[in-house]
Design a binder for this molecule. Structure first.
Ligand SMILES: [Zn+2]
Length: 93
């Protein structure tokens, strides 16, 4: 069960990293504004912030304007989920 929690934590970290990768080079604060579509600026609702699952549920497009969400976002989050799960699995006795 612990590797699942490691995966969840990895997904949260991956979502944050995705946000940071987008915002830091553009000089945008990590705290404000809240997460939003970079195209139409619609603020994301809580279900749209769930790593991996939200991308899949929205079929990789913004809920409002239907602009594509980059695959790299999904791949980064999946990678972090896998890394978090693997780390916990490998480190726990
Ligand atoms: Zn949009």
């Amino acid at each position: 069960m612990w590797p699942v929690w490691g995966g969840v934590l990895g997904g949260v970290l991956g979502s944050f990293l995705s946000c940071a990768i987008y915002r830091i080079p553009r000089g945008i604060s990590l705290r404000q504004p809240p997460s939003q579509c970079p195209h139409c600026h619609t603020v994301l609702r809580v279900p749209e912030l769930v790593p991996v699952l939200s991308w899949l549920a929205l079929q990789g497009k913004c809920r409002h304007c239907r602009v594509a969400i980059p695959y790299r976002t999904l791949l980064l989050e999946i990678g972090c989920v896998a890394a978090g799960g693997w780390l916990v699995w490998a480190l726990l006795p």
